[in-house]
Design a protein around this ligand. Structure first.
Ligand SMILES: [Zn+2]
Ligand SMILES: [Zn+2]
Length: 288
């Protein structure tokens, strides 16, 4: 849900990035160049999801100078013009977001750590559909942080609602199997393999972000949440409660199943799984 091409500052053409991802097993690829909505009809045997990365830049000369917020947008409501947005405070940025929500059905808040907002600014901003818990470019090359999980948890504890996504933000270059700039974060979507179905499923939260391991099933039966996964070392259920439930094998074997019984005061439940290589998948937060 986040890829650049030669249409903006990427190193590869749309055709080339589609081929790179198709050859590595992906079913769909979101093309989101800066300030240009993708209008390509390339048929490379992989579903092309058309989007754009819109920006709002901070204007000011203090220590926030150079900061900007980026939003990936999909499903345009009309052929609105793309323009430059600016903000001086979070209210201005809310204005940008409101305009984007008038222009597009689906808006993603990109690389939140890179944007360097304060936690209270994140808490004040409302209306995007999803936020990147993992942006491969941001975490590998830019902030050096592993993921935005702490920020997401702070927001969940403050009753914020959104879906979470994981993306490469791939710009290139591509070094074949040695490449470390792509295949870092991706989304598993429960949908038919066409653009409309994929975007509708994402809008509805029928997907989860991962950097490797897979969630095979996740369901609620009565007061019990059950999750089945590919082999992992840990299955961790989080909520707003003080204690999480941290499931692992005492002999350090891999596990594929975990469950959690609702205790009563949870207003959200969230699961993460960690495999032997430290790669992570997250469920969407479940709002109880
Ligand atoms: Zn960006
Ligand atoms: Zn980007």
């Amino acid at each position: 849900m986040h890829t650049h091409t030669t249409i903006s500052d990427g190193d590869y053409t749309i055709r080339e990035v589609l081929n790179i991802y198709k050859d590595n097993g992906y079913d769909f690829l979101g093309i989101t160049d800066h300030e240009i909505f993708c209008d390509s009809n390339e048929d490379a045997g992989i579903t092309l999801v058309h989007g754009i990365e819109e920006a709002s830049s901070y204007v000011g000369n203090d220590d926030r100078s150079g900061t900007y917020a980026h939003f990936n947008c999909f499903l345009p409501k009309a052929n609105g013009e793309v323009k430059a947005y600016y903000y001086q405070n979070i209210l201005d940025l809310q204005g940008t977001l409101d305009e984007l929500k008038n222009k597009y059905e689906l808006v993603q808040f990109n690389h939140p750590l890179f944007s360097r907002f304060l936690d209270n600014e994140h808490l004040a901003l409302n209306g995007y559909d999803l936020i990147e818990i993992y942006n491969h470019k941001d975490f590998v090359e830019e902030t050096g942080m592993s993921n935005a999980e702490n920020l997401i948890r702070t927001m969940l504890n403050n009753h914020k609602k959104f879906w979470i996504s994981a993306n490469d933000d791939f710009h290139g270059p591509y070094y074949g199997t040695k490449n470390d700039k792509c295949f870092g974060g991706f989304n598993m979507v429960c949908a038919d393999n066409n653009e409309e179905s994929i975007l509708q499923a994402i809008k509805n939260g029928y997907f989860y972000p991962t950097t490797g391991p897979m969630i095979k099933d996740f369901r609620r039966e009565g007061n019990i949440f059950k999750i089945e996964t590919t082999p992992v070392k840990r299955i961790i259920f989080y909520s707003n409660m003080r204690r999480c439930k941290n499931i692992y094998d005492l002999n350090d074997e891999e596990i594929t199943y975990g469950e959690y019984e609702i205790r009563g005061n949870e207003f959200y439940l969230w699961v993460k799984i960690i495999d032997k290589d430290g790669k992570i998948a997250w469920s969407q937060p479940v709002y109880l």
